[in-house]
Design a protein around this ligand. Structure first.
Ligand code: NDP
Ligand code: 8X3
Length: 257
């Protein structure tokens, strides 16, 4: 696929998967439009994308706010009335508390970003996705959406909801030519665990102790591959895990050497 002249919109592009995905699409010549709350970090990512000569724009985006989503999409429309790929990536986990001691603010943040945010951005962006073969709407889910774990009730719940939303969109958009898919990663080394544990980097590091996790580039390359299939091919769902992670509770850890 020739990516020159095509535009890709990525939410949550200030770090992790979103930043790596921006660089991957920019690397093949696509224009990228990036959104997230941390503008300084978006500017850094945009600088790396532009270094290859690719058209790159960024704009503040809080997917938890309908007004912020509307302003972001207005900006996207002013850059290009047509967007070829939308990647709903913004989200993450807050806390690892059992339901018995869970906090409202954590639950609300997870529901707002992973679930309602995805729906808001999709609703606002759909008019910009061309209704003919070749456009892609790709959502980031998680293995947490396939299997629940202790302390993950709300996070697992919103990622299970992401699967349902993706499946509903696949049905609703059937006949438009827009491809719809979900990429559901397992353990990946990003800022995910730092956010989950509120900046407790020592606790975050324990998650990856003795394991070779996925890295953001693995997810970025897979998203680029999904969006680059011929227009008649829809990748509905991919589960991508580290070789060391056979299941959520079955992780091979090497002893410290
Ligand atoms: P990071 O914490 O590195 O990135 C999360 C991104 O989401 C940041 O760019 C952050 O930007 C953005 N974000 C969070 N909340 C909002 C919001 N309200 N509005 C706009 N942007 C927001 O983690 P990952 O890259 O790992 O996470 C990306 C996605 O992948 C998430 O949906 C996560 O649940 C999912 N995932 C992660 C896995 C992992 O092990 N790392 C595995 C499976 C799925 P900012 O703070 O600047 O707004
Ligand atoms: C992130 C993967 O297993 O920590 O979605 O929930 S997990």
């Amino acid at each position: 696929m020739d990516w020159k002249g095509r535009w890709v919109v990525i939410t949550g592009a200030s770090s992790g998967f979103g930043a790596a995905t921006a660089e991957a699409f920019a690397g093949v010549g696509a224009g990228v439009i990036l959104g997230a709350r941390r503008l300084d970090r978006l500017a850094e990512v945009a600088g790396r994308c532009r270094a290859g000569g690719t058209p790159t724009e960024f704009h503040p985006l809080d997917v938890a706010s309908t007004a912020s989503v509307a302003a972001f999409v207005d900006r996207v429309r002013s850059i290009s009335p047509r967007v070829d790929v939308l990647i709903n990536n913004a989200g993450g986990a807050h806390g690892l508390d059992p339901v018995a001691t869970g906090r409202d603010e954590d639950w609300e943040a997870m529901v707002q970003s992973n679930l309602l945010g995805l729906a808001r951005v999709t609703r606002a962006m759909l008019p910009l996705l061309p209704h003919h073969a070749g456009a892609s709407l790709l959502n980031i889910g998680s293995i947490a959406g396939h299997q629940a774990y202790e302390g993950g009730a709300i996070y697992c719940g919103v990622k299970a909801a992401e699967r349902s939303i993706t499946q509903a969109l696949r049905l609703e958009l059937n006949g438009t030519g827009i491809r719809v898919g979900s990429l559901d990663p397992g353990m990946a080394l990003t800022e995910f665990s730092d956010v989950r544990f509120r900046g407790d980097t020592a606790r975050a590091a324990q998650v990856y102790r003795g394991v070779e996790p996925l890295v953001a580039r693995d997810i970025a390359e897979t998203l680029l591959w999904m969006a680059s299939r011929p227009p008649h091919v829809n990748i509905d769902e991919i589960v991508l895990k580290p070789t060391d992670q056979a299941a959520i509770h079955k992780v091979h850890r090497r002893a410290a050497g």
